[in-house]
Design a protein around this ligand. Structure first.
Ligand SMILES: [Zn+2]
Length: 475
């Protein structure tokens, strides 16, 4: 089976064939760093990082680049509001970005280029376009002339004559065509600026992604991704700039994720329903949020609600408990080395589930189906664990390996047996309480023994008396 990805450029699923066998280049449009990112922003950061994990699982070498837009009107306004330099605002929110990305267990990109660190590259790029006749300058602003680029509209499938010029296009009488967009912006009084052949100013937004993707991945690279709101005009404009200059295909595959709603409403400042990852991480463990974000296919809309996230919390608890219980059996040497028919059955089931997992991910990263395989194995394993007799060591280990390689490795879900949640009882405490209960029982102090059993039960741990002694079990 080979990986298929839905390419916005062709509007169909295509078999993924990298441009070369050395490395797969991925560029994902990153955040404008002027505030905390919200749960909707998190969706592309997370799903395309899962794409990276999956490509690496399939033995591709990946170079992953995601940018920080550290200069634009929003950053400047925020700096004025806070009485800071624009660069101080950018630095602050880049730090905050990493804190929230860590909560969600989003692995690091290979490069995080920043627009303001590439000003001379940007100027050179615009000069290149200028030499080829794709630009015109008016009063210190430099525009891209879309009439000169015959493929304009190929990604968003826009018919330029048909669309009305709306909110997404800046109206400007100086433009030759309403779709022309700014490459270099003249500085207004009091704004940060850089010197350029066109006077003091700063780069437009679209140009940084064309320049920085070329710098780190080359003129042509494999995958360009971002939210579906970026298809037009941002990605359309990136294609125009890059292909006009290089004369080559820019990105081969274009991937876009769907929107996220909050309780079936659009997230917006005016509705006051913006949900930041920072706030959500105070209430839920990162893996719970991650599970929620992966619970719908990335191209489908996703609705956040308390019920949905609570469901993700329950799902993660099921996995955490199972993994805890298996670890415990292995640590206590509470297993057998013989394979009985039940053990054999679970091994076969496990193999089948791995196949289903890979099939789902190969199908344009179908994470909801991939997640469901984790729970199918949990169900089968819990049934196995509750049957009579000692459990086979290799079978237990193969179940753990599955969660390690696929749940953690590919989907990035961290289990609580590895990362103890705050306020949760530790393994050491459990053992200490069991020991105290044993002492109480030896002294025929049934009251204390019962109290300890009850305390553990309140923390979700039941005690089973077995031939090998007492065994705690998370439920
Ligand atoms: Zn971009």
């Amino acid at each position: 089976m080979s990986l298929k990805l839905y390419n916005t450029l062709s509007r169909r699923k295509e078999t993924f064939v990298p441009l070369n066998d050395k490395q797969v280049g991925i560029y994902v449009c990153g955040p404008t760093v002027y505030n905390f990112f919200h749960i909707g922003n998190a969706r592309p950061f997370l799903i395309f990082e899962v794409l990276r994990r999956y490509l690496e699982f399939k033995k591709y070498k990946v170079k992953y680049v995601t940018n920080f837009t550290d200069i634009d009107d929003k950053v400047i306004n925020k700096a004025n509001e806070m009485g800071l330099l624009f660069s101080e605002v950018a630095d602050k929110y880049i730090r905050e970005y990493f804190q929230d990305a860590d909560c969600l267990n989003i692995g690091r990109a290979d490069v995080y280029p920043r627009a303001t660190e590439h000003i001379s590259d940007i100027i050179k790029f615009i000069q290149g376009l200028e030499r080829k006749g794709y630009t015109y300058a008016v009063d210190g602003d430099v525009f891209f002339d879309v009439n000169q680029f015959k493929d304009y509209g190929k990604l968003s499938k826009q018919n330029l004559d048909e669309i009305k010029v709306g909110a997404r296009i800046e109206l400007d009488e100086r433009k030759r065509n309403p779709y022309d967009f700014v490459l270099w912006k003249k500085a207004k009084a009091g704004e940060p600026f850089w010197n350029s052949p066109w006077g003091e100013g700063r780069p437009g937004w679209h140009i940084e992604c064309s320049v920085m993707s070329e710098k780190y991945l080359g003129e042509s690279f494999d995958i360009h991704a971002g939210g579906s709101d970026l298809v037009f005009p941002h990605h359309e404009n990136e294609i125009a700039q890059s292909e006009a200059l290089s004369g080559k295909q820019f990105a081969k595959y274009w991937l876009h994720n769907g929107f996220l709603k909050i309780e079936n409403q659009k997230m917006s400042k005016s509705l006051g329903n913006i949900l930041t990852v920072r706030d959500l991480c105070k209430r839920y463990q990162g893996s719970v949020i991650r599970h929620f974000l992966l619970s719908a296919h990335y191209r489908s809309p996703l609705n956040y609600s308390i019920e949905q996230i609570e469901q993700s919390k329950n799902s993660m608890e099921t996995l955490n408990n199972l993994i805890y219980n298996i670890h415990f059996l292995l640590q206590q040497n509470d297993f057998s080395l013989e394979i009985d028919s039940e053990s054999e059955g679970l091994l076969l089931k496990n193999e089948e589930i791995i196949k289903n997992f890979i099939q789902a991910m190969d199908d344009d990263l179908n994470t909801p189906v991939a997640l469901s395989t984790l729970f199918l194995l949990a169900k089968e394993t819990n049934r196995y664990l509750s049957s009579k007799g000692l459990k086979n060591k290799d079978v237990l280990q193969s179940v753990l390996d599955f969660y390690d390689q696929y749940g953690d490795g590919v989907l990035g879900l961290k289990y609580l047996s590895e990362t103890q949640e705050q306020g949760q009882i530790s393994e050491k405490e459990i053992q200490e309480m069991i020991r105290k209960r044993e002492v109480a029982r030896e002294n025929k102090d049934w009251k204390t023994a019962d109290e300890i059993r009850q305390q553990l039960k309140e923390k979700g741990i039941i005690l089973e008396d077995t031939a090998k002694g007492v065994r705690p079990k998370k439920v």
